[in-house]
Design a protein around this ligand. Structure first.
Ligand code: ATP
Length: 452
């Protein structure tokens, strides 16, 4: 079990520039967050690592960067307009809305995934369940999660469109264009990193569930006979990648979704869950979507997605195996996992290749110009190679603590000996051990110990 709760992570994230409540000067905006300078650095690193690992290194996977607002028919074809819905109940007095499944699970401690509004009404009636404010609840009803936007220049020409509810739909409707322009042969994949939007009824904790979030997805198009092998490949590669990010293995697990909780398009759905301070929760899904997507886009657009195997003459619509991870949720996994309270300090034990700064350079004292100048030169050299911080405030102990909190793997101190013999002190974040190395070897040392 972790020795901290999510509020500890919230406060560190805000105080040290990882994640801010959005629009704070206007009183904040529910469940919306802005990533601060240090959070942004980790997100950029994650995106690059992911792209390299899952797209660049795969000869049969290419990338896409699609529009956020696409033709509204896309979301009719995908089934989201009709069935992208949670069941909601409303407090009759306060008008606060709740997800029926969360309310029942909290009260009765039974799983209710996939229950219909009628099933929820029965449970609420039979068990006399009230709202958290102890008021009567309304009848349960479906609540569509697509975020609508009005597009057009004048009020009478405006039409309704949707912000994408998942990044994969544009991958599906671009299937033919990607395949022909890139001369891809089945099986092949298309990956995308980008924002998705969902009108979630229940948000939080912190930025675990928000209405605007970023996903990293790959859709593998294949013959149905290749699906189970691809599912296994994604499972293995996912765990390998997640553990390469330094996430504790014992806090990660697979969970097969039951039939009732699966989305309308999924034949098989495996979640990867992390043991957050608020319990085991999903942050990645691996899904076998069958031929649902291309068949539906075929029906709604009139475009044919049928492929033919020359040798056998077999015709089929490509099936899809999907890898989908929430980038922002992954950042919450990493911050929760790295947050470590020790007796005398708070350390963010994040993998060194993910740390926002790989090193920090300190002049031992401020009143000795030769030391300050030398420190600034060493900082400038190192910063050319890797993100580096410079700090000359307060005493050395406080500077160490300040870098520990933001996960800087190495602190480099320039002192009187540096002026004499050209060596510097390098202090390790996790062990607190200090070694002395030649200034000329510093760049190599930091790069070697902070690369993947
Ligand atoms: P949940 O059950 O948590 O709402 P989901 O099963 O609907 O998620 P998917 O549609 O499979 O999620 O999306 C894939 C991934 O996208 C999730 O594993 C999660 O990391 C991320 N994700 C989905 N919804 C949100 C959200 N509202 N806020 C942040 N991340 C999200």
């Amino acid at each position: 079990m972790s020795n901290h709760d999510i509020q500890d992570v919230v406060s560190l994230a805000k105080r040290r520039g990882f994640v801010f409540p959005s629009s704070q000067i206007y009183g904040g905006w529910e469940a919306t967050y802005d990533f601060g300078p240090l959070g942004t650095e980790i997100l950029r690193t994650l995106k690059n690592l992911w792209w390299e690992n899952f797209i660049h290194r795969k000869p049969n996977v290419v990338g896409l960067d699609s529009a956020i607002i696409s033709h509204p028919r896309v979301w009719e074809a995908s089934g989201h307009v009709d069935s992208f819905a949670d069941v909601m109940v409303e407090d009759k007095k306060t008008q606060k809305r709740y997800r029926a499944d969360h309310l029942i699970e909290d009260t009765l401690n039974i799983p209710t995934d996939g229950f219909t509004p009628q099933e929820f009404d029965e449970l609420i009636g039979k068990n006399n369940i009230k709202s958290p404010d102890n008021n009567e609840l309304s009848q349960a009803k479906y609540f569509n999660q697509l975020v609508e936007v009005q597009i057009g220049t004048t009020s009478d020409t405006k039409s309704t469109a949707y912000l994408r509810g998942e990044t994969c739909q544009p991958i599906f409707y671009n299937y033919g264009l990607v395949k022909d322009s890139m001369r891809m042969k089945l099986p092949f994949g298309v990956g995308q990193i980008g924002k998705a939007f969902r009108n979630e009824i229940k948000v939080g904790p912190f930025f675990f569930r928000t209405r605007e979030f970023e996903q990293m997805e790959i859709e593998m198009f294949l013959h149905p006979s290749e699906a189970s092998e691809q599912l296994e490949t994604f499972k293995t590669e996912s765990m390998e990648w997640l553990t390469s990010l330094g996430i504790s293995k014992d806090k990660l697990k697979f969970r097969e979704q039951e039939f009732k909780e699966r989305a309308h398009y999924n034949k098989i759905a495996t979640d990867i869950e992390y043991s957050f301070p608020f319990g085991w929760k999903e942050f990645q899904g691996i899904h076998y979507r069958g031929d649902w997507d291309l068949t539906r886009h075929g029906e709604f657009s009139g475009h044919s997605f049928v492929e033919k195997i020359e040798e056998t003459g077999e015709e089929f619509v490509p099936h899809i195996v999907e890898y989908s991870i929430g980038l922002s949720r992954l950042l919450l996994v990493l911050l929760s996992d790295a947050y470590t309270k020790e007796e005398d300090r708070l350390v963010l034990k994040i993998a060194s290749h993910l740390a926002p700064y790989k090193a920090a350079v300190f002049p031992l004292v401020r009143n000795k110009p030769e030391i300050t100048e030398r420190a600034k030169k060493i900082f400038a050299d190192l910063n050319l190679h890797t993100p580096t911080a410079f700090d000359d405030r307060g005493n050395i102990g406080k500077r160490y603590l300040s870098q520990d909190e933001i996960g800087t793997p190495f602190c480099v101190t320039i002192d009187y000996d540096t002026l004499d013999d050209g060596t510097v002190t390098v202090r390790d974040r996790d062990s607190k051990e200090q070694i002395r190395i030649a200034e000329t070897k510093l760049v190599d040392y930091i790069l070697t110990n902070t690369s993947v």
